[in-house]
Ligand binder design. Structure first.
Ligand SMILES: NC(=O)c1ccc[n+]([C@@H]2O[C@H](COP(=O)([O-])OP(=O)(O)OC[C@H]3O[C@@H](n4cnc5c(N)ncnc54)[C@H](OP(=O)(O)O)[C@@H]3O)[C@@H](O)[C@H]2O)c1
Length: 346
């Protein structure tokens, strides 16, 4: 049942995505009305249909191009928006053109939403929370970096030139680093805007979608990584050593909108991660996982001496409580097996 809206209306970009969908749920359950942005009418109505108990608290604005300031005028026209969560950013690991497919939408999209809050927000938008990433924290060139613990003080040092030439996942990682840096630079350059920023930097996000996804092809890249292990002979090697649950990531965003001390802060939200540990946990709990996920080397946490991630600031400042990898892995695989069953029937 929808609770009466008490906290005003927030604007959420990327609401049709995996992480954005959970943010919308968390915001609605926390007492906000939510205005989503979407690129098309059909995607807006599809997204809204995922929250049947909350339709009266949901509205949408079409923003066909999030790098164009004027696209946002309508979103603010009624003066209702009191906060923004900017989650939209291309999450693609196979860009044809790094600038067109990743860097421009990520970076210009990130600063345009801040410009829009200033130009159209009527002074009512005090806090913008952005979905950044561990990608903006990690230094990929340092590899497994034994002995290091990543936290919010760390920054991916990639340059624009490096980002333009980067390949595959590193191109995406670079886009997130430069986008977050651009947002902080904008805040520094606009001290009188009356807008504070907080960024959420999760590593791989796993855990459930708000609804069972309808097509494997449309899964977020991170969920696809766990999906690819189904019926595979082997478990992926270490790539990035951290994860966060989609529900925790959503809670962190909504808390960061509200907690005064979150102003001007970035939050690494996450815990250490190994694929083998996720598979072990799912196999322990789910009969279907025992049939369809490879055994691998049960209990293996290779490499034992890779970096760690420290997500404790989110607990201290935002009051975030972390769950277990077991719960995250189980809830992810339950949905993935359901999706496989739906696709098999279709
Ligand atoms: N999944 C992870 O492991 C992970 C980890 C750290 C950070 N993040 C960040 O979390 C956010 C959401 O990722 P996700 O996992 O939810 O991926 P997703 O399911 O692919 O969602 C991406 C969202 O961004 C929107 N978007 C992408 N490119 C856009 C563009 N050029 N213009 C307007 N909107 C655009 C998409 O809009 P449409 O619905 O219209 O396609 C979609 O709503 C991103 O900022 C991502 O970098 C994700």
């Amino acid at each position: 049942m929808a609770t009466p809206q008490k906290k005003g209306t927030i604007l959420v970009t990327g609401a049709g995505g995996y992480v954005g969908g959970q943010i919308v749920r968390e915001a609605l359950e926390s007492g906000y009305s939510v205005r989503i942005t979407a690129r098309t009418e059909s995607s807006a109505t599809r997204t809204i249909s995922h929250y049947p108990s909350y339709t009266s608290l949901l509205s949408y604005t079409l923003v066909p191009d999030m790098t164009v300031l004027e696209s946002y005028a309508a979103a603010f026209a009624d003066g209702a928006i009191v906060g923004i969560v900017h989650s939209a950013s291309p999450l693609v690991f196979n860009p044809q053109d790094n600038v067109r497919d990743l860097l421009d939408p990520a970076i210009k999209g990130a600063t345009t939403i801040l410009e829009a809050a200033l130009k159209y927000g009527g002074g009512k938008v005090k806090r913008v929370v952005a979905t950044s990433s561990f990608a903006a924290v990690v230094d990929p060139e340092k590899g497994t970096r034994p002995g290091h613990t990543y936290d919010e003080k760390d920054w991916n040092p990639v340059t624009w030139e490096g980002a333009v030439k980067a390949q595959k996942v590193i191109a995406y990682v670079s886009s997130k680093a430069l986008a977050e840096r651009a947002m902080w630079a904008w805040i520094d350059a606009h001290p009188d805007a009356g807008i504070t920023l907080a960024t959420i930097c999760p590593p791989w996000v796993f855990g459930p979608y708000v609804h069972v996804p309808s097509r494997a092809a449309a899964l977020s890249e991170s969920v696809q990584l766990l999906n690819n292990i189904i019926d595979s002979p082997s478990i992926p090697a270490f790539d990035f050593g951290g994860y966060a649950d989609s529900r925790e990531v959503a809670a962190a965003h909504v808390r960061a909108l509200e907690v005064p001390e979150a102003a001007g802060q970035r939050f690494l939200v996450g815990q250490d991660f190994r694929y083998q540990a996720a598979v072990d946990a799912a196999r322990e709990e789910l009969p279907e996982a025992r049939e369809r996920l490879p055994v691998g080397k049960t209990g293996d946490r290779t490499p034992e001496d890779a970096y760690h991630v420290d997500g404790s600031k989110a607990t201290r400042v935002l009051g975030l409580k972390y769950g277990t990898l077991k719960d995250t892995a189980v809830e992810t695989y339950k949905q993935l097996f359901e999706l496989r069953a739906l696709e098999a029937k279709a």
